[in-house]
Write a protein that binds this ligand. Structure first.
Ligand code: NDP
Length: 248
């Protein structure tokens, strides 16, 4: 059964990793997919082609999610190209890890702008459209680190915890218009982001996971599928952990 037939979706940061996994699963379920990247043009165009071959409309856009102005322009272009938006997935994110003692101001600002301010930018840009049609689903890619904290990631943890507060507030503000807003808190997912970690750290994460493996982008994408589709019409303001039981 295709769960997103006829739905129009925007995903930020889908040239690789979790975003790409979401784009693939959503296209398999019949969604038209607009997605962004910041610099990886070749993989983004390759993904655009692969998604289009599944028989849905798909388009890659270069757009910096940290920029308010670019986000507004992006949404205007997507509305022109796709004729509507039903689902927004705020997935773009970066890390600039360091102990607080050594963290520079720029590392803090960059992570907050890319991970948290971007969510404000994009949600604001789609809000009017979702309000008019009196339906919509917004999904914010937070992290287990935003729930429990992590040494060496004060900037990242603050951005991900901020996303959870933002998610719950949007759910309260827009619920009466049938617009749902939820967050996903992935645990350790094997992507380029986590490939930067040393083997000892990775083993430590794996040991702490009851299911004894790292997650895949598809594991996270399937949770997004639930939150984007009509399977979750009575679910809003929630944080869904997709972490192999890590926070249990
Ligand atoms: P990757 O580093 O593999 O991919 C990040 C994606 O975001 C890329 O497509 C990148 O595009 C894009 N991106 C980065 N900066 C911007 C920007 N300013 N504007 C638009 N797009 C941007 O990360 P993951 O797939 O691992 O992570 C995806 C999300 O999931 C992030 O928010 C991350 O914090 C979160 N997450 C990941 C976990 C994990 O274990 N992997 C765990 C918990 C949460 P480009 O290639 O062009 O730079």
């Amino acid at each position: 059964m295709k769960l997103l037939e006829g739905k129009k979706v925007i995903i930020t940061g889908a040239s690789r990793g979790i975003g790409k996994g979401i784009a693939e699963v959503f296209a398999d379920h019949g969604a038209d997919v607009a997605f962004t990247y910041s610099s990886s043009e070749a993989p983004a165009l390759e993904l655009e082609k692969a998604l289009s071959s599944k028989g849905v409309k798909a388009k890659a856009y270069k757009s910096n999610a940290a920029s308010f102005e670019e986000s507004e322009k992006l949404v205007a272009r997507v509305l022109e190209d796709f004729g509507g938006i039903d689902v927004l997935i705020n997935n773009a994110g970066i890390t600039r890890d360091n102990l607080l003692m050594r963290m520079g101001e720029d590392d803090f600002d960059k992570v907050i702008e890319t991970n948290l301010k971007s969510v404000f930018n994009m949600t604001k840009a789609v809000q009017r459209t979702l309000l008019k049609q009196r339906q919509g689903s917004i999904i914010n890619m937070s992290s287990v680190v935003g729930v429990k904290g992590n040494a060496g990631q004060t900037n990242y943890a603050a951005s991900k915890a901020g996303m959870i507060g933002f998610t719950k507030s949007v759910a309260l503000e827009l619920g009466s218009r049938n617009i749902r807003c939820n967050a996903i808190a992935p645990g350790f997912i094997e992507t380029e982001m986590t490939a930067k970690l040393d083997e000892k750290t990775v083993q430590g994460w794996r040991d702490a996971i009851p299911l004894k493996r790292g997650g895949t982008p598809a594991d996270v994408a399937n949770a997004c599928l639930f939150l984007a589709s009509d399977l979750s019409t009575y679910v809003t303001g929630q944080v869904l952990n997709v972490d192999g039981g890590m926070l249990t």
